[in-house]
Design a protein around this ligand. Structure first.
Ligand SMILES: [Zn+2]
Length: 346
């Protein structure tokens, strides 16, 4: 028995996710991420030789590299994630919460709390290998399933040592909603829970709001999923929210995150709540847009709780420049809290 893990991409930076796990003579690729900005390296896909690829969720930095893989390579993902695959790409179903065998390796999946149909992966080899994909324990909508024990943990540490609770993030966003705003958001993730929250918040503030048809379609897709894949108690609100008539010129817009520039919205000011590309970091520095995080990744306290729960002996913090600092913090007895972390990480 032997286990070899190689993070092909995603270690030491916010970068496309691609992790090679080799065990018992089989090689699995966990995620096939695409570049987050033009020019970002995709060298991980060159000369790749694996038996199968497993996709955790449909965000571009986890699925966008599929087009660089051989079309005949077996690909596993959940049905909702499959909708984001290149047209015609064949795929096999990964359970949203359950067990299967892939290339002879036993795999357990559970909800990762980050996006529509997104899962974490647990490989039952050599004491267990857990890969969180992108994960969050604070979502209003998406549940986070407790994983089984694992000796090795590959964890979403996109926020580094940042540890601000979501309630504080929401308060900070709410304070910025008193002027016309556009909030660009990823449709399969944050958009859906922000729609719920914004509906309540706009009502409290007495201001109009609307969502574009992409966000609307995302909410409709959410309602079509088995109800066990979303937290309880929101379905009636979502149906009412979708049925309400809304103005075409609202004070607050929730829109799919494309490449909106400040000049595209002359009447509104952009408020980003997630990952900022370099171009957007420059726009923010120039005072052209605003940014306030809405948590969609694991923060430090939650990383610590997860490591304890897994009983992990080896932790590999992914998608962060603070690998050593996060590891040191996870090993420390007392929490070493930071309110800031990296602004660039969504
Ligand atoms: Zn993601």
């Amino acid at each position: 028995m032997s286990l070899r893990i190689e993070v092909l991409s995603g270690l030491g930076a916010k970068a496309p996710a691609a992790i090679l796990v080799e065990a018992e003579g089989r090689r699995l690729l966990l995620d096939a991420g695409g570049a987050l900005y033009p020019g970002q390296s995709m060298a991980w896909a060159e000369g790749l030789d694996v038996d199968a690829v497993l996709i955790s969720h449909d965000h571009f930095d986890h699925i966008g590299g599929v087009s660089a893989l051989p079309a005949e390579l077996p690909l596993y993902c959940t049905p909702s994630v499959a909708a984001a695959l290149p047209h015609g790409r064949e795929w096999r179903a990964l359970p949203e919460r359950g067990q299967c065998r892939i290339a002879g390796i036993p795999v357990i999946t559970g909800q990762a709390g980050h996006s529509l149909g997104g899962v974490w992966l647990h490989l039952d080899i050599e004491g267990g290998v857990f890969y969180s994909g992108d994960a969050c324990r604070e979502s209003l909508l998406f549940p986070f399933d407790e994983p089984p024990a694992a000796r090795v943990a590959l964890l979403d540490a996109s926020y580094g040592r940042y540890d601000t609770p979501q309630a504080q993030c929401r308060e900070a966003i709410a304070r910025r909603l008193c002027e016309p705003r556009v909030l660009p958001v990823p449709v399969s993730g944050r958009a859906l829970e922000m729609a719920l929250w914004l509906d309540a918040e706009a009502g409290r503030l007495g201001v109009s709001w609307n969502l574009d048809h992409f966000c609307r379609a995302g909410l409709e897709a959410l309602l079509r999923l088995p109800s066990a894949l979303r937290r309880e108690g929101h379905d009636a609100v979502i149906r009412r929210l979708l049925g309400a008539s809304r103005t075409d010129s609202p004070m607050l817009w929730l829109v799919e995150d494309r490449d909106d520039d400040p000049q595209d919205w002359p009447e509104h000011r952009l408020l980003h709540t997630g990952y900022l590309t370099l171009r957007r970091q420059r726009q923010r520095a120039a005072g052209e847009l605003d940014w306030q995080r809405w948590n969609v990744h694991l923060r430090l306290s939650h990383l610590r709780a997860l490591v304890r729960q897994l009983g992990a002996e080896q932790v590999i913090p992914l998608f962060t420049t603070e690998v050593r600092e996060v590891n040191d913090s996870l090993m420390a007895e007392e929490p070493a809290l930071s309110e800031e972390g990296s602004d660039a990480a969504g």
